[in-house]
Ligand binder design. Sequence first.
Ligand code: CTP
Ligand code: CA
Length: 225
Amino acid sequence: LARGVTAPDLAGRHVVVSAGGTREPLDPVRFLGNRSSGKQGYALARTAAARGARVTLIAANTGLPDPAGVDVVRVGTAVQLREAVLKAAPDADAVVMAAAVADFRPSAYATGKIKKKDGEEPEPIVLVRNPDVLAEISADRARAGQVVVGFAAETDDVLANGRTKLRRKGCDLLVVNEVGERRTFGSEENEAVVLGADGSETPVPYGPKEALAETVWDLVARRFG
Ligand code: CTP
Ligand code: CA
């Protein structure tokens, strides 16, 4: 692969990476969220920039410092993340959805803090579906030849579930992590299999998130031709 002193292999490319986890507000002080740290998405953004790409990083609630040389767009909710991705996608050669997007959001937002009342049971929280950003951009293909990558964390039947999810989403590549036990959110390391819509399977051994990021860009660059 052409890297290092030779021409960087992502030079002239624009890539969009989403990172972190969305938060769905209940009221001004409370939200439904998840444990995604954003570290894998930031590793993807850093490595793409190092390989010469122009990078737009859509960061959901990460609290991580902006990587040097990367355009960072900060978002909170799944709906905001969708808007930011759809705005950047028409100009993107690749879109990598590393963010943990909440599947549901509270159906109602209380503009004032929800208060408890003596002797009264709490109101149930009613949820509605959020838009599926990965499925939408996979169907859109805002730019000819655009490569779309998804991430999935699975606990059981990792490969079979990953294959089904890849088909359902319509993306080109799906990075499947096995979660549970030592493979926890927020860690510095990751182990994965990258499934391709072409039937390919690329195992990535347990190691730093940068190594997984480099493999993802190798596979993306190969699809650019
Ligand atoms: N994703 C998305 N929009 C959503 C949910 C997920 O774009 N509303 C993206 C994630 O960023 C990730 C991929 O879809 O790249 C897979 O997420 P995952 O939660 O594993 O898939 P789901 O279709 O939500 O399936 P599940 O019911 O297993 O959560
Ligand atoms: Ca989900």
